[in-house]
Write a protein that binds this ligand. Structure first.
Ligand SMILES: [Zn+2]
Length: 98
């Protein structure tokens, strides 16, 4: 996922930030996720993949419900752990059809 740089936008500039930073095919879903508390890290409109920070286990259910309620189908959610050099957990969504 090299198409998008780190999410460094701040909320007051978020309107143009989305347009300039997020590839159009995933722009709506990245906006949806960020508006619902998911801090997206990177995304690619070509593959339909969005990666976000993951802190609490309930966020998996929240993510699933959020996408399902918005009509997304055939998506996959993958949990990702890294323990070195920095401990971090991320959720990776691969979108299917809508
Ligand atoms: Zn891309």
């Amino acid at each position: 996922m090299t198409c998008q740089g780190a999410n460094q936008g701040t909320w007051y500039e978020i309107g143009t930030w989305y347009d300039e930073t997020i590839e159009e095919p995933v722009r709506a879903v990245v906006k949806l996720l960020r508006n619902n508390g998911f801090n997206t890290i990177c995304s690619c409109g070509h593959t339909g993949v969005v990666e976000m920070e993951w802190y609490q286990d309930y966020e998996i259910t929240k993510l699933w419900d959020l996408l399902s309620n918005r009509g997304y189908k055939d998506f996959a959610i993958e949990g990702h752990w890294e323990t070195w050099p920095v401990y971090r957990r991320t959720l990776i969504v691969t979108l299917g059809s809508k």
